[in-house]
Design a binder for this molecule. Structure first.
Ligand code: MG
Length: 248
């Protein structure tokens, strides 16, 4: 009986731990010392935390180079309207060179235990979105990172394009307006929504889980919001404070 109870206690701890996993948002940049978001250094910091994954943003320069940056602009230059050579002339605020997707993936490959959560940013036309998606997936296949990557986007077109090209890749939609049933009907694997969407739709996490969908939320920087989502059984949270949430 004692063994049985002990077994149950161990099992429930494992299940509890498996419930909510942590993803660093744009790498772990609010570290000691702090660094720049979406820098290779921020990914290196995330690798040291032993968490589920690290998220980053992919964009394409005017001459077709895939780069890592959240905003449309790098310095005062619009990335999609500027050549890589011009962009590269401006360093990141931590002194690092402006990272390409290739630089980033090379660093990611050093630690196969950390999933790389690839966000492909919406572009000006569906044609450009499809080109960025196709090039991103090709690089990931060429570098044999298929099993270490998962995908997110605010663009439904990009999400569907990834599933069309690589049906086995896990794709979560970010924009928040589709219900779990609609996500399922679009053929996607999950929803990664702002936490306010789950607060407004308190049945969505359990509905999504029933449908076998991945549930994820951004950007959860308040431990109280984390607790609230965890209670609802959310699968993942994406956060700027992965070091603080990972032990909660
Ligand atoms: Mg992002």
């Amino acid at each position: 009986m004692k063994k049985y109870i002990l077994g149950l206690a161990v099992l429930s701890t494992v299940v509890m731990k498996a419930q909510t996993q942590i993803i660093a948002h744009r790498g772990f940049f609010q570290a000691q010392p702090p660094t720049t978001e979406n820098s290779v250094k921020s990914l290196e910091n995330a690798q040291k935390l032993k968490i589920y994954g690290s998220e980053f943003d992919v964009r394409m320069t005017k001459d077709g180079v895939l780069v890592i940056n959240h905003d449309e602009h790098h310095g005062d230059m619009e990335i999609s309207e500027t050549s890589f050579k011009e962009l590269e002339a401006v360093k990141l605020s931590n002194g690092e060179k402006f990272p390409t997707l290739k630089d980033y993936l090379k660093q990611g490959k050093k630690d196969p235990s950390l999933k790389l959560i690839v966000e492909i940013k919406p572009a000006k036309t569906p044609e450009i979105e499809n080109e960025i998606t196709q090039k991103t997936l090709k690089m990931i296949r060429d570098m044999k990172l298929e099993n270490q990557t998962e995908y997110i986007s605010f663009s439904l077109n990009i999400c569907k394009q990834i599933k069309k090209l690589e049906p086995k890749f896990k794709v979560q939609y970010l924009n928040g307006e589709l219900s779990p049933e609609q996500i399922k009907n679009e053929g996607l694997d999950g929803m990664d929504y702002h936490y306010s969407v789950f607060q407004k739709n308190p049945t969505w996490i359990s509905e999504a889980k029933t449908l076998g969908l991945i549930t994820n939320s951004w950007t959860v920087n308040d431990p109280a919001v984390y607790e609230e989502l965890k209670k609802q059984g959310i699968g993942f949270v994406t956060t700027n404070i992965p070091d603080q949430l990972k032990n909660k």
